[in-house]
Every structure is written in structure tokens, then in C-alpha cells.
Design a protein around this ligand. Structure first.
Ligand SMILES: [Mg+2]
Length: 404
């Protein structure tokens, strides 16, 4: 289905349009201001954009002007939404290259007919203007993967996906205190597909939004199941995609899953990467602070591999630092890695953060981490990621990192 980006700062209007388009089976992405809208237009390349004209900071004219200067977005059909009906505004919008113009309040029929007209016209133009074969320049394999991913989400209702849990262990006591949830896709058509292959595709097609929502929903349900089962409280971490994190309504979504399962928010941890935060530091900090004030924990994932400066770290509302596996691999013998890891652990502790070492595979690595007072470890030395039932088993047997 065509993907439509809605850029609208008024929440009620935005939600209304989203409901309407989703009921028609359009794929939708939403932005609450012009800046995020522009970012999504470039990263998502939607099939059509609906954009409010009057918005604070970057308004609809500004968005359109920027889009028309970028070769990747110049031809995307663009429809202005506005409460104004003055003729001069209409002219200005059209002169900048808008394709149509709808005055609020509009009816469902008006909106849909404007969208369908534009999409049809655009498809016809594309057929005439594109040399054969250039319309879709991705490889047959990628196309197949995309079709399968779409089917797995929209038709097979996520049945091909499974959430695995990798234990996170307290280095001092040897006990499991948390787990990171990790998504696995066993495609009926293509077999096991690794997240490194399908996550970027899910991101570029916008499918990450329903997929991420499914993961979050399932993890929250699982936390409740384990709690009701009498298993001692565990923190479960969920990896987020930048697109989910920037979606309007993301916080409400998290709150909703916590509420319907009656969870204590501090048993849910959201893992963000440095690059996600650095894309727009201020707005990321605002979202993170809100989540943290609700009690949800925030971790920085794969730390050390991104480009963030350490200065930012002290301003970020986070609870946990996860040191990337790159630094942990051979940390006991590689002098540079051991120096960096030692400094990272110390710095994190000075900032009152917990530290998780990722990818711990050997006793020597573990011993080094213990000497440096690293809080937690995760890795094959203790356990690979496990299906929920298997993870439950090792919890019930009180599997410990150390043998007495
Ligand atoms: Mg992670």
C-alpha cells in the first residue's frame, strides 16, 4: 500500500487523519512538526505527503521548499492542509510546487479523492518518465525479502516472529537480574533471517513501526506472565529503532502497554543507540526524560562505537551503559581495549550509571570485568539468547554464573 506521511502539529487533526487513512489500509507515518516531517520525508521517501501549512518554527512552506531542493524528495506528491482559505496563501503554496491544497475542516471524501488523484497521476508520470527497469533499483533478493516481510506482518499476523531473551547477569552475585529481548524471524518462505538483514529493511519501509509495537506489546505481556508466575522481578530490555523513538505518540504507547499489564515501569528498559540520540539531541533528551520520569529505565546500547562525545553523556537521562562487544572481545589481553573499557566503567560509575558488558565469551574477559567492578555481563559465556520457555527454565533452576 502507498505510504503517506502526515506532518501536522495539531494532535487531534493528525490522529483523525491517521485513523482515516489506516482504515483505508494506507501505510502511514506521522510527524508532529516540520523538522521531524522533513527528516522522515528524506529517510522514508513516502509516496505522498500531507502537510499542515501553519506550524511553529518550520512551517509548511519551509518543508516544501526543502523537499523540492532534494533530488530524492523533489517528485513526492505534496498536499497542503490549511485552515486558511485566502487566495494569496493558495498561490504561494502552488508556486512553491505543492500539488494540491485542502482547506480544513475537510470531509473524508475530499481528503481521499485528493490523495487518490495525486497518487494516480504520479504513478502515470513515473511509468512514462522512468526508463524500464529503473523504477525499482533494489536487487531481486531484497525485493523478495521486502514482500515476505510485508506478508509476515500484514497477513501472517507476526506468527513468523519470535522474541528471544538473553540473560544479563550480576557479576558480583552471579545471578540473572535482567534480559535483553531480541527479535527472530523464521520466514516460511526464506528460512531464518537475521535482524541485521531485516531490521534495516523494516526501517526503510516503515514496517518497523508495527513490528516494534508488536515487540513492545509482547515483552510487556511476558513480564506480566513471569511476575504472575512468581518468578523474581527481572528487568527486560527492548531495543528501539530511531523511527519508533521519533514517532508521535511513542510515549503514550509505552505507557499504555505498562498500564494494561499492570507493570511497575522500572522493570522495562529501553535501549537506544548513540546515533539515535545524536540525530536530534534536544528532542531525544525530552523523550528520554519523560520516559524516565515515568519510571522506565533507559540504556545506551553498543556504547563506544558511535560518534557521541562524552560531554553529552552527563546530560543524558540514562540509567545504564552497555559497552559494545567490540571492546569486550579480548579485553583481558588487548591493552588498548582494556584501557578504554576501564575508563568507560569508571566514567559510567562516576555518573551513577550501571554498566553492562556485552558479548562476554571467556573467563578471562569476565575476570577482567570483575576486577574493574563492572556491574553486569551478557554473552555466550553464560548463555546465548533463548526462546522464552527455555529462558524460563534457567530462571527456575536458578542458573548461576559461578559454581559453588
Ligand atoms: Mg541491544
Amino acid at each position: 500500500m502507498p505510504k503517506i506521511l502526515i506532518i501536522e502539529d495539531e494532535e487531534a487533526v493528525r490522529e483523525n487523519i491517521l485513523d482515516l487513512l489506516e482504515a483505508e489500509n494506507f501505510e502511514t507515518i506521522a510527524a508532529a512538526n516540520g523538522r521531524i516531517g522533513l527528516h522522515l520525508a528524506i529517510s522514508e521517501v513516502p509516496d505522498l505527503i500531507l502537510c499542515d501549512m501553519m506550524m511553529p518554527q518550520l512551517d509548511g512552506y519551509g518543508v516544501l521548499t526543502a523537499l523540492r531542493q532534494d533530488p530524492s524528495t523533489v517528485t513526492i506528491p505534496f498536499i497542503f492542509l490549511t485552515a486558511k482559505s485566502a487566495k494569496s496563501d493558495f498561490r504561494q503554496g502552488m508556486n512553491l510546487g505543492a500539488d494540491d491544497y485542502i482547506t480544513k475542516p475537510f470531509t473524508r471524501a475530499e481528503l481521499l479523492s485528493a490523495i487518490m488523484n495525486r497518487l494516480e497521476k504520479h504513478a502515470t508520470l513515473k511509468r512514462y518518465l522512468s526508463p524500464k527497469g529503473l523504477i525499482n533499483n533494489s536487487s531481486p533478493k531484497m525485493q523478495l525479502l521486502e514482500i515476505s516481510l510485508h506478508r509476515a506482518i500484514k497477513q501472517h499476523n507476526f506468527e513468523e516472529f519470535e522474541i528471544y531473551y538473553q540473560p544479563i547477569v550480576d557479576i558480583a552475585s552471579g545471578k540473572i537480574v535482567a534480559a535483553e529481548s531480541l527479535l527472530r524471524w523464521q520466514s516460511l518462505e526464506l528460512g531464518l533471517i537475521y535482524p541485521t538483514e531485516f531490521i534495516p529493511l523494516a526501517e526503510s519501509t516503515g514496517l518497523i513501526v508495527p513490528l516494534g509495537k508488536w515487540v513492545l506489546k509482547n515483552v510487556c505481556q511476558q513480564i506480566k506472565v513471569w511476575r504472575d508466575f512468581g518468578i523474581y522481578p527481572l528487568i527486560i530490555a527492548v531495543n528501539l529503532s530511531v523511527i519508533e523513538f521519533n514517532q508521535p505518540g511513542f510515549i503514550e504507547k509505552v505507557v499504555n502497554f505498562i498500564d494494561i499489564n499492570g507493570l511497575e515501569p522500572h522493570y522495562l528498559e529501553l535501549e537506544l543507540t548513540e546515533s539515535m540520540i545524536m540525530q536530534d539531541v534536544n528532542s531525544a533528551i525530552a523523550t528520554m526524560s519523560k520516559l524516565q520520569s515515568l519510571g522506565v529505565k533507559i540504556a545506551i546500547d553498543d556504547f563506544g562505537t558511535g560518534y557521541s562525545s562524552l560531554i553529552y553523556l552527563k546530560n543524558l537521562p540514562i540509567n545504564t551503559l552497555k559497552i559494545d562487544r567490540y571492546f569486550i572481545h579480548n579485553v583481558a589481553t588487548d591493552l588498548q581495549k582494556s584501557a578504554i573499557t576501564k575508563a568507560l566503567i569508571q566514567m559510567a560509575h562516576n555518573l551513577n550509571l550501571d554498566v553492562v558488558a556485552e558479548g562476554v565469551e571467556t573467563e578471562a574477559e569476565l575476570e577482567f570485568l570483575r576486577q574493574q567492578n563492572c556491574n553486569f555481563m551478557q554473552g555466550f559465556l553464560f548463555s546465548r539468547p533463548l526462546p522464552a520457555a527455555e529462558f524460563e527454565k534457567i530462571l527456575l533452576t536458578n542458573k548461576c554464573l559461578y559454581i559453588d
